[in-house]
Write a new protein. Structure first.
Length: 217
């Protein structure tokens, strides 16, 4: 698939009516050591995992918004198009989950990108590469925990889009060849899988809002 290929809203959201409750899972989620008064309660059961995914999509959407609002110097057209396309997908993911959660959705999380130099190409691409591979690992890790099998197909369509993002960013970092674009992120032909606790530990430097859920303990 060529970089910059557009995905229609219809294709990205082709998850069916049952997909309004994507991602059912459970795991221990850290509160990052911050005051519980500032915490976002993810809820319980299906709602908790929907909110877990929603928080991660908020993080990615916020990152690409900053990248596209103030591009680094000498950004290429291909890079700008790639970031804009990925931003569009992440916003769709975020809004899809928010709508699915309805009144159970957590508030907007507070992010911290102080460790990212948005004026530096390498810093932006390294962060994007880390976020996209973490996103794939997050969905893969939650998959085996899903209780309602009807949601597996919906989760699969979302993680497939995230995997495309990985390839798009890897191509910018390593070059367009298939070998280099997939290098370093698979083992034996399988992508990584990580439980929610591990994913949020990796995301900790970028999320200031503590995320808690008593049902996961």
């Amino acid at each position: 698939m060529a970089l910059g290929q557009s995905y229609s809203r219809r294709k990205v959201l082709r998850w069916g009516g049952a997909a309004a409750s994507v991602m059912v899972a459970g795991a221990v989620l850290p509160n990052f050591g911050l005051s519980s008064a500032l915490a976002a309660d993810l809820g319980e059961g299906d709602v908790a995992i929907l909110n877990y995914a929603y928080a991660l999509e908020q993080l990615e959407a916020a990152f690409y918004t900053k990248v596209t609002d103030k591009p680094f110097q000498s950004i290429t057209q291909q890079e700008a198009s790639t970031f804009a396309e990925i931003l569009g997908h992440e916003v769709l993911h975020r809004e899809f989950l928010k709508k699915a959660l309805g009144e159970h959705a957590i508030s907007d999380i507070e992010v911290d990108f102080s460790k990212v130099n948005f004026d530096n190409r390498a810093s932006v691409l390294d962060t994007a590469d880390a976020f996209e591979n973490l996103g794939v690992a997050a969905y893969n890790g939650a998959g085996p925990l899903i209780k309602n099998v009807d949601y597996l197909a919906a989760a699969g369509t979302m993680v497939s889009v995230e995997a495309r993002h990985c390839a798009m960013i890897a191509a910018l970092v390593h070059g367009p060849s298939a070998a280099s674009a997939g290098a370093g992120h698979t083992s034996g032909g399988l992508d990584a899988a990580m439980p929610p606790k591990g994913v949020l530990a990796e995301a900790k430097p970028f999320i200031k809002t503590p995320l808690t859920s008593a049902s996961f303990y």
